[in-house]
Unconditional design. Structure first.
Ligand code: FES
Length: 119
């Protein structure tokens, strides 16, 4: 168990390791993200949390970036490294964006699975 001092953190990446995302290399994605953060010397800038299912299994492996509010689909270990580099530059991995947050969670693209409508 650890308690980090998160002062100065600029981005929080939530890396899904629910069962569907694990089947789609979720653990390797988490490792790749950690490796790239270390390679870039960005440990104090990007915080990571491995999560359970985020409810977008058809998009596995899912990674969510806050405070940007960007939901990514089909992240692989390779694209995970690119994602870290993009976020450090204040950019996004546009081709894998499914949702963005702009006061409301909105569909940014038609790239992700449509999913079931909530009641
Ligand atoms: S297991 Fe990752 S979104 Fe469901």
């Amino acid at each position: 168990m650890t308690t980090w001092n998160l002062q100065g953190t600029v981005s929080h990446l939530l890396i899904c390791n629910g069962s569907s995302c694990k089947k789609n290399k979720g653990e390797e994605v988490a490792e790749a993200i950690e490796d790239e953060i270390e390679k870039q010397g960005a440990q104090s800038l990007i915080h990571t949390t491995v999560t359970r299912c985020n409810g977008r299994c058809d998009d596995a492996c899912v990674v969510i970036a806050y405070p940007e509010g960007v939901w990514y689909k089909e992240i692989t270990p390779k694209s995970a490294k690119a994602l870290v580099r993009k976020h450090l530059q204040g950019e996004r991995l546009e081709e894998q964006v499914v949702y963005t947050y702009d006061e409301k969670l909105i569909a940014a693209t038609e790239r992700g699975a449509k999913g079931k409508k909530k009641k």
